[in-house]
Design a protein around this ligand. Structure first.
Ligand code: ASP
Ligand code: MG
Length: 415
């Protein structure tokens, strides 16, 4: 079981979480719990580091920010004990959760779960702080923001859990953002691949990396709400959204929708370079410097060359990287040989996702037609096997999401 920051925000809520956990044990399960820091706490700790020195040492940043989860894991163990349960916390270095690579963005390498499993078999509820681990040198590490989801999946894989229930402030994964489309429906199932695409294009239910790990390790993940009644039945009978493999879904879902969900992302920026020489090596000169700076380029279009052997190249980068991208491109202007550089932050990416499109033609055509009918202009397009994304003017985001939700038959019959 994993509980996010909103579920852990304050002792009152932690006592509620303890009751939800206890109920699972009473239902006959062996339980390990992974917790986040209280909502807002990690931001507060990050700010302390920035105030102390904007160029802080990432190793010491990890020492500071990992403390939020240390507090909530201890408090949950106390709250569980108050209910008469046996509970014990294990910090990242105590298990240990061994991590590799850089501080502040470490990856889980291995978890030694033997002691944990032995205790769980004795009826002890194990409480584990998310987000943290320990490096080869024995220093505290953290997994990157939102990393508790990844901790939970890693622990679930290590103890070979039947299920990894991620309790959050929404009761599942929806066909789209319910704040935009009142008729959005909660999905009973979604595949790992679909969830990966939805997570990476702006449906912020789970950290993207946790989904990749669950897929690799075959962990069955369920997303569900922690804001259920205290006397509600255990999670086995109030399912949220199950994230499963393609094969598993095929076996149980006869009437699969062509499209599973629609996501949007307003944190993109568009860059156009005009009059780039239309010759071998030109685009390599553009994207080389961006790659070296670890800037993630997403959609790319190169227009048909003009008669003078020149062409325009348009692409998107995360809005947060726009300024740096512009600097790098200006610096490489002579080498690339463009005329003008035109930035645009007034864009949004809207994506339709569904494994059903692997075997069906016409998904993209429906998308383009539906948007055209409402006068929404498409500025760039990208696709994968199970996703079609378009870049549009930001003001049209909500309209586009609504129109597409209806066009693919996703609207709930009753709102
Ligand atoms: N507390 C950490 C964060 O806010 C990790 C998490 O909650 O997933 O990024
Ligand atoms: Mg989170």
């Amino acid at each position: 079981m994993k509980f996010g920051g909103t579920s852990m925000a304050g002792t009152e809520r932690i006592r509620r979480v303890a009751r939800i956990v206890k109920r699972q044990q009473d239902a006959g399960h062996e339980v390990a719990v992974v917790v986040s820091a209280m909502a807002g706490e990690t931001d507060r700790l990050v700010n302390f580091c920035r105030e102390a020195n904007p160029l802080y040492d990432p190793a010491e940043y990890d020492v500071v920010v990992a403390s939020g989860e240390q507090v909530t894991s201890g408090l949950l163990a106390i709250a569980l004990q108050a209910l008469g349960a046996q509970a014990r916390s294990w910090l990242g270095w105590q298990l240990p959760i061994k991590t590799v690579e850089a501080h502040a963005k470490a990856r889980v390498d291995s978890i030694d779960a033997d002691a944990l499993i032995a205790e769980m078999q004795k009826g002890v509820i194990a409480v584990i702080p998310g987000f943290q681990g320990v490096s080869d040198e024995g220093r505290i590490t953290t997994l990157g923001r939102g990393g508790s989801d990844t901790s939970a999946v890693a622990v679930a894989a290590a103890v070979k859990a039947d299920r990894c229930d991620i309790y959050t402030d929404v009761d599942g994964v929806y066909t789209t953002d319910p704040r935009i489309v009142a008729k959005a429906r909660k999905l009973q199932h979604v595949t790992y691949e679909e969830m990966l695409e939805l997570a990476s294009v702006g449906a912020k239910v789970l950290q993207t990396r946790s989904v990749g790990l669950a897929m690799k390790e075959g962990v069955r993940v369920q997303v569900l709400s922690s804001f259920i009644d205290d006397d509600a039945p255990a999670a086995d009978t109030i399912p949220g959204t199950m994230i499963v493999s393609d094969e598993e879904l095929e076996g149980m879902d006869m009437e699969r929708q062509l499209i599973t969900g629609i996501a949007h992302d307003k944190n993109e920026a568009k860059i156009t370079l005009t009059r780039v020489p239309d010759k071998p090596g030109a685009v390599a000169n553009i994207f080389g410097p961006l790659a070296e700076a670890a800037i993630n380029v997403d959609m790319i279009i190169q227009n048909v060359g003009r008669d003078k052997g020149e062409t325009d190249v348009t692409f998107t980068v995360p809005a947060a990287d726009l300024a740096r991208s512009m600097d790098l491109l200006e610096a490489a202007k002579d080498q690339i040989g463009f005329n003008r550089i035109i930035p645009d932050t007034n864009v949004a990416k809207v994506s339709v996702v569904g494994v059903g499109m692997k075997s069906h033609a016409g998904v993209a055509a429906t998308m383009f037609r539906s948007l055209a009918d409402r006068g929404v202009n498409i500025q760039a397009i990208s696709t994968s096997e199970i996703k079609v994304s378009v870049l549009i003017e930001e003001d049209y985001t909500e309209l586009a999401v609504r129109v597409l939700h209806t066009a693919y038959g996703l609207d709930a019959v009753e709102a």
